[in-house]
Design a protein around this ligand. Structure first.
Ligand code: KIV
Length: 262
């Protein structure tokens, strides 16, 4: 068995100033590829909704859908640590309900940790889940489950008050026991300051290079949606166009009667 990534690995990486690599992942073959590529953390994000299931936001994603995909990812991974997102309304109703849902995710999928969105307001929920022995990753800044309340996909923490709120949120999450916190769409200087101050690793997305690690949605990184371009994402390849090209060539050969003719 390869050296598995654990909470200790992540803590040591922060202490040594080594960056943490995290990507979203939703299925078995991709999990194998990303694990073998040495990615530290695989997130079965609720971005499953807008990247795989065809929803326009993350809001409709259910516990059953996350569980189904996390089980597939689990089967493909030997080294990376897997984190599963808690879907909208699976943890907001009460800390007790949140613990039951987090426990269900862990029992049914074999995932090592869960992630939920929100700051100081969800700290009691985080404490409840962590108290039962389930590692929790936090998520502040732009939180996609609150997209309507936040007025769309926009940079957070731009005023002094908003920055102070983010600082309080991060402290509350660390105090409640989060082992790491995602910082999404916040100014790079603020993210770098928060990362220096934070006792737990910060994982940025659209938050600049000063975070302790970075997370990206795989589909953005590999261009699976050729027409979706985000400022916070870097594209390393055009997998979407490659798939289309392969399908077109195949179709041409089948229609011409030359497919596997020799
Ligand atoms: O669901 C997701 O992909 C996420 C990342 C953007 C951090 O929460």
């Amino acid at each position: 068995m390869k050296d598995r990534v654990t909470l200790t690995t992540l803590r040591k990486k922060k202490e040594r100033g080594e960056k943490i690599v995290m990507l979203t992942c939703y299925d078995f073959p991709t999990a194998r590829l990303l694990d073998q590529a040495g990615v530290d953390l695989l997130l079965v994000g609720d971005s499953l909704g807008d990247n795989v299931l065809g929803y326009s936001t993350t809001l409709p994603v259910t516990m059953d859908e996350i569980i189904h995909h996390t089980k597939a990812v689990r089967r493909g991974v030997e080294r990376a640590m897997i984190v599963a997102d808690m879907p909208f309304l699976s943890y907001q109703v009460s800390p007790e309900r949140a613990l039951l849902n987090a426990g269900r995710l862990m029992k049914e999928t074999g995932v090592e940790a869960v992630k939920l969105e929100g700051g100081a307001a969800v700290a009691p929920t985080v404490a409840k889940i962590v108290g039962a022995g389930i590692p929790v990753m936090g998520h502040v800044g732009f939180t996609p489950q609150s997209v309507h309340q936040l007025g769309g996909y926009r940079l957070q923490g731009q005023t002094a008050e908003a920055a102070a709120r983010l600082r309080t949120d991060l402290e509350a999450l660390a105090d409640a026991g989060c082992f790491a916190v995602v910082l999404e769409l916040i100014p790079p200087e603020l993210a770098a300051d928060l990362s220096r101050e934070s006792p737990v690793p910060t994982i940025g997305i659209g938050a600049g290079p000063g975070c302790d690690g970075q997370v990206q949605v795989l589909h953005d990184l590999i261009g699976l949606y050729p027409d979706r371009v985000f400022r916070h994402a870097k594209r390393y390849t055009e997998a979407g166009r490659a798939i289309q090209e392969a399908a077109k060539l195949y179709a041409e050969e089948v229609r011409a009667g030359t497919f596997m003719a020799d």
